[in-house]
Design a protein around this ligand. Structure first.
Ligand code: 3PG
Ligand code: MG
Length: 377
């Protein structure tokens, strides 16, 4: 996919550039005030911001931050992000949270035009927000000359490569909690990949669809028929055992009072599955070891709790060791890679969770379309 590039503008002395970034970063309270607790997304934005400064431009960045739903909510102020950005890249102004105005999520034309007023150029460096048809993503490219930032270009190239000419076998690994969010992607991957490994909370709806008891594990009864159809493709591999707890036993970062229970294919009443078990780990790891292309999105279990981290860790290690062209997306899978010290052992870490899945599912995103349709040379 060809997207307009910012190299074509040459010298930018005296020009004003608005850069849409995604600095939606986690924050934590430190000594009574919120501070950025993971600055991965801020660091990722530095090359485009400092590159534009070096070309002489006045650079203003804009981001959403959390989901304040169109109202000014103090805890969603970008202030902590602004402080961290000022340390890492002085000289760039950061506008207040775009989602403080209802016009942002409504893709309101007047809001978008007011945002870009006074700027000569627009850059979209927010791949991870480009699946949202929101005003700051959609409107500026129709008003001023616009371009894709370097990270956005790289994301699109990495994901397009998987879709267009994957070395085979192409193995997709999909996990996470919500089956309804992921069925579309499993469907597309069942057509494009050679195997689709399904784990995480979403796997229990597949297990139930295959006729197994799932106790009180996560289940979306409205999607059983869809899961059955996907299983019938013969491409989808689901877990054959699980680790879990009795109902009501707490799950947490420091583990809980009781050890994990081991289940086979059937999870008894009064119990909940929270990770894939050792037989599933062995089966998944052996498929992953033979892969030449891998797409991984979503954890295999509740890995924040050390009792239920083995499945996600084993998948992360198998992906890292595979030697395949591996693309990992989604906040949780990326966090898991970091937690296990494997971030630099995969081919590409996507900043976009929802955006990378939607790109794979639909082959395009609203924000990419807006850039391609920009009428300026
Ligand atoms: C994210 O963190 O997933 C992106 O910034 C998009 O945020 P959103 O899901 O609130 O639109
Ligand atoms: Mg999200």
């Amino acid at each position: 996919m060809r997207l307009p590039d910012l190299a074509r503008w040459g010298d930018l002395a005296g020009r004003r550039v608005l850069v849409r970034v995604d600095l939606n970063t986690p924050v934590a309270r430190v000594a009574g005030r919120l501070e950025v607790s993971d600055d991965f997304r801020i660091r990722a934005a530095l090359p485009v911001l400092s590159g534009l400064l070096a070309r002489g431009a006045t650079v203003v960045a804009a981001t959403h931050f959390g989901r304040p739903k169109g109202a000014v909510v103090a805890e969603f102020s970008v202030e902590p992000v602004r402080r961290r950005l000022a340390e890492l890249c002085p000289g760039v102004e950061l506008l207040e949270n775009l989602r403080f105005d209802p016009g942002e999520e409504a893709d309101d034309r007047a809001f978008g035009e007011a945002l870009i007023a006074g700027f000569d150029y627009y850059v979209n460096e927010a791949f991870s927000a480009s699946h949202r048809a929101h005003a700051s993503i959609m409107i500026p490219p129709s008003v001023v000359p616009s371009a894709a930032g370097p990270n956005l270009q790289r994301e699109v190239a990495a994901l397009s490569g998987l879709l267009e000419h994957p070395a085979r076998p192409f193995v997709a690994i999909v996990g996470g909690a919500k089956v309804s969010d992921k069925l579309g992607i499993v469907d597309v991957l069942a057509q494009r990949a050679d195997r689709v490994l399904v784990g995480g909370g979403m796997a229990y709806t597949f297990l139930a669809a295959a006729g197994h008891a799932v106790g009180s594990s996560l289940l979306d009864a409205s999607r059983l028929e869809d899961c059955r159809a996907l299983l019938a493709t013969g491409k989808v591999l689901i877990p054959t055992d699980a680790l879990g707890l009795s109902d009501g036993d707490p799950v947490g970062r420091d583990g809980g009072p009781r050890p994990a229970l081991a289940f086979g294919e059937e999870i008894p009443d009064g119990c909940v599955g929270l990770d894939i078990g050792p037989a599933s780990i062995a089966a998944f790891a052996s498929v992953i070891a033979g892969a030449r292309t891998i797409l991984w999105n979503g954890p295999m279990g509740v890995f924040e709790d050390p009792r239920f981290g083995a499945g996600t860790e084993a998948v992360a290690r198998a992906v890292a060791a595979s030697g395949a062209n591996s693309v990992v997306g989604g906040g949780d899978s990326v966090a898991a890679l970091g937690q296990f010290g494997l971030s630099d052992q995969v081919s590409f870490v996507s900043t976009g969770g929802g955006a990378s899945l939607e790109f794979v599912e639909f082959g395009d995103l609203p924000g990419l379309r807006a850039l391609r349709e920009s009428p300026f040379p």
